[in-house]
Structures are given as structure tokens and as C-alpha cells.
Design a protein around this ligand. Structure first.
Ligand SMILES: *Cc1c(COP(=O)(O)O)cnc(C)c1O
Length: 461
């Protein structure tokens, strides 16, 4: 029997030179983003004070199918890309499945996740526009790390507000960001009005993403235009940058004469999933192929499977424009699960629309089942996955087990978004049997829904 190779790594020359804009292939567009004050669709001019000019353009561009990746961005990409597409032979054997399982591994860079793919262009466009720097928030630390790596390369200042409890739990994340020259401030802090206010009310608070965002936004605003606040997921521009994952995957599979029957990815704000599925979803929308597309989310933060399709703020700080998406409400506070990157209240408007229109499925898992899959995968494929990525592993394994029952030789592709090196506390908790699962009750969800903006567009949902 002829065995395909264990992995395909495209050559640097084969690496895509353009990002792919999934919106250009959509028969119906997501509803427009709205200004919270006028409830009118946002324009590039509205976005200019928030985003870099080129990123504002990308955010609203539903027309152009491709955007050239700037040369300096390609140069950094080539330091860690193309990323490998790996055939999970041993996992298949261990599961006893006739399915052929492939995964795209995005953890082979110092930041440890796919987030660098968007951090690099965001930093590049900021530099090109002559900005002094960027500010952002980080929860678990992956986005802050990726952004600090990108900013160091372009000699841009980077100020990261890190949720205080993560700052204390993950001291090495801070050290790493410091190596790359970023300033890391535990949030809430005394450096901003928003932080001082929250600390005055509750000096012992462990912080929250919402608060960190407020501080990052305030710091950018205080720079009088010299800095911008940047986000690592959810936005259309981020999905555009992450399309490199899907484009490379498709090329690599083509070299093997394969096409996925099922594409599986974990979904926090939707950036890796949106990037991974982009070219495959486009085939589906155009009727060329009919892959199943499956989003996997934590049961503790189930925006697709239990959320509402409503207008909401993209951030918990309520400063961004309103986007129509599957959301639990920006006031929803997810239980402290171990996949920090998936603890997000909303979902990319592009993916939300595709899900709403029936082009995509979604499943949710409790974290102990996810870690069970993570440990199984690690033992068989020798890679320690990030807890976020392990959601996709769980989803792919369950699809492969269904193939075992039916005898179908399906081709399954999933996204392995990052490494778990910084998540050993979570693994320790799982292995010692101390991990608890949490599923919000309908009453818990209602509290989040109550925080949805009370605007005409949301009435009657
Ligand atoms: C941030 C993160 C995610 C989730 O973010 P998306 O925007 O949904 O892709 C998944 N995996 C890893 C490793 C992450 O760091």
C-alpha cells in the first residue's frame, strides 16, 4: 500500500502570496456593523480613529477576493511558515478508524499559536502609517505574546494590559512579552482612569477582559493618535489574515490528491476557524464541493450552540462598533475554564452568518472530555496541544469514531492552533482529577442576554 508522507511542508515559494477574503464568496453578506450612537452602518472614516487605515479598509471590504500580503509581512511569515500539514497516522491507528485524519499545526512559532499570523500584519500596517505603537489586552496571554513578537520586529511600542489573575498565574507569559520589549501591566492598574475607578470600588479584584480592554482603549486614546488599540480575533480583518492557514492546507492536501470531507476547528472568536475553512467554505458556497464544516466550542461558553444571533459589542469594554453575531451578551461571564482563548462572548460576524444560513455546524464539549482527547492525542502524535486546540481534536476524534462505526473512509482536516506549553496547570488539574466541568444554566445565559444592547434591531429576537 502506498503511504502518503507523514507531513507536507510547502516550500517558501509555494507559500500563498495573497490572503483570501471569504466574504467575496458569500451569496449573502453579514449584516453591516453599526455605530452604537447613530445605529448607522460604519464607514471607513468611523473606523479610522480605532484602526489603522489599511485595516479599516480590510474590515469593510466585501468585494475583493484577494489582498496581496505585503512583502515585509511575507518575510516574517517565512521565518515560521509554511506551517506543516500532518497526517495523524498513529491517532488513526489508535482509534481504529478508516478515516484519514490531517491536521494543520500552527504552534511552531515562539508565540505558540496562530495569532502571530494576524499580529504581524497589524503591527506592519501600524508602522507603515507612522504610528508610535499599539495597545491591547490579553487574557490567557497568547495574543499579547504574538503582538509583542510582531511589534519587536517592526520596532513599535507595545503595551499589553493582562487580566490580573492570568498575570499572576502565568508569570512566564509576562517574562516572554518583556523579552520582546512589550510593557505588561496587570489589569486593573493605577495607570488609567478606568483601572483606578475599578480598584477604588474593589481593591482585591482579579480583573476581567472587559476591564483590560477599557484600559487598553484609554491608553490608546490618551496617546493623541500616536497609538491604536488592536484586537486579535472576531474582526473581518483578522479572519482575512488567518486565511493563510486554509490556503496552505488546501495546497498541501492537493499535493496528496486529497480533499477534506469534514473540516473541524475550535472556535473562540472565530479567527483560526474562519482562516482554516476559508477556501473550503468558498468551494461549498460556489457548489464546487460539499465539505461539512464543524465548529467546536466549550460547553461553558457556548456562543454558537446556545447564543443569540443579535447585534452586540465585539468587546466586553463596549467600545467597538456593534456587529450582528452569535453572542452570549458582552456581560456574560464564563466560568473560569482552562481554554482562555475560547472564553469569548461572541463569534465572528462572518462565521455567524454562515452558521445562521446553514453552511456550518457547531458542537460543544465539556472540558474534561476535551482534556481526555488532548492527552490521547499527545501520546499518539507527540505534540502537546493547547487546551483551545484540543477542542478541535475532540471534535475530529469523534468524527473519526463515527467513521469507524459506518466504515466510511472520510478525510478529516482539523486545525491544531497552538502548543500547550504554557498550560501545564490545566493539564495538572486534569491528571489529578480536580478538573470540574461547568455548563451555564438557562438563567445564567439570560443574565448575559440581558446585557445585549436595547436597540430596535435586537427587539423580538
Ligand atoms: C486564541 C486562541 C484560539 C481561539 O481564538 P480564535 O480567534 O477563535 O481562533 C484557539 N487556539 C489558540 C491556541 C489560541 O491562542
Amino acid at each position: 500500500m502506498k503511504k502518503t508522507p507523514h507531513k507536507v511542508i510547502l516550500t517558501e515559494d509555494q507559500m500563498p502570496q495573497r490572503w483570501f477574503n471569504l466574504r467575496a464568496a458569500m451569496p449573502e453578506q453579514p449584516d453591516p456593523m453599526l455605530r452604537p450612537d447613530t445605529l448607522q452602518p460604519v464607514t471607513e472614516a468611523d473606523l479610522a480613529p480605532i484602526f489603522c487605515e489599511e485595516l479599516a479598509r480590510q474590515e469593510l471590504d466585501a468585494e475583493h477576493e484577494f489582498t496581496d500580503i505585503p512583502e515585509p509581512v511575507l518575510e516574517i511569515y517565512k521565518m515560521y511558515r509554511p506551517a506543516p500539514l500532518i497526517r495523524a497516522y498513529d491517532l488513526e491507528r489508535a482509534l481504529g478508524t478508516p478515516a484519514r485524519i490531517y491536521f494543520k499545526y500552527e504552534g511552531n512559532n515562539t508565540s505558540g499559536s496562530h495569532k502571530l499570523n494576524s499580529a504581524v500584519p497589524q503591527a506592519y500596517y501600524a508602522k507603515q502609517q507612522g504610528l508610535a505603537g499599539v495597545t491591547t489586552e490579553t487574557g490567557a496571554g497568547q495574543w499579547g505574546t504574538a503582538l509583542s513578537v510582531a511589534c519587536a520586529y517592526f520596532d513599535l511600542s507595545c503595551q499589553v494590559y493582562m487580566v490580573k489573575c492570568s498575570y499572576e498565574q502565568k508569570p512566564f507569559r509576562k517574562a516572554m512579552m518583556n523579552v520582546f520589549g512589550a510593557g505588561v501591566t496587570p489589569s486593573p492598574s493605577m495607570t488609567t482612569e478606568a483601572g483606578r475607578k475599578i480598584l477604588a470600588e474593589d481593591p482585591n479584584t482579579t480583573g476581567s477582559l472587559g476591564c483590560a480592554i477599557s484600559e487598553a482603549v484609554e491608553a490608546a486614546a490618551a496617546s493623541q493618535g500616536g497609538k491604536r488599540y488592536v484586537l486579535g480575533s472576531v474582526l473581518n480583518q483578522v479572519l482575512l489574515h488567518q486565511s493563510i492557514i486554509g490556503l496552505e492546507s488546501k495546497l498541501a492536501l492537493e499535493q496528496l490528491g486529497e480533499y477534506p470531507d469534514i473540516v473541524v476547528g475550535c472556535a473562540g472568536g472565530g479567527s483560526n476557524l474562519g482562516g482554516l475553512i476559508a477556501p473550503f467554505m468558498a468551494d461549498k458556497l460556489r457548489g464546487v464541493k460539499a465539505p461539512r464544516i464543524v465548529a467546536v466550542e466549550p460547553a461553558s461558553c457556548p456562543s454558537l450552540t446556545r447564543g443569540r444571533y443579535a447585534y452586540d459589542f465585539c468587546d466586553t469594554g463596549r467600545v467597538t462598533p456593534l456587529a450582528r453575531m452569535y453572542t452570549l451578551g458582552s456581560g456574560f461571564v464564563p466560568a473560569p475554564n482552562h481554554a482562555g482563548g475560547l472564553r469569548y462572548h461572541g463569534m465572528s460576524p462572518i462565521l455567524s452568518k454562515l452558521y445562521h444560513d446553514g453552511y456550518m455546524e457547531a458542537v460543544s464539549y465539556e472540558q474534561s472530555r476535551v482534556f481526555e482527547a488532548a492527552v490521547f492525542f499527545a501520546k499518539h502524535e507527540t505534540i502537546l496541544p493547547a487546551p483551545e486546540s484540543a477542542h478541535a481534536i475532540r471534535g475530529a476524534m469523534d468524527e473519526a469514531l463515527r467513521c469507524k462505526e459506518t466504515g466510511e473512509e472520510k478525510v478529516i482536516l482539523f486545525g491544531l492552533t497552538g502548543t500547550g506549553f504554557f498550560d501545564m496547570t490545566a493539564y495538572e488539574s486534569y491528571l489529578s482529577g480536580r478538573m470540574t466541568d461547568y455548563v451555564p444554566t438557562d438563567a445564567d445565559l439570560q443574565k448575559g442576554f440581558d446585557s445585549l444592547p436595547d436597540i430596535p434591531q435586537n427587539r423580538g429576537l
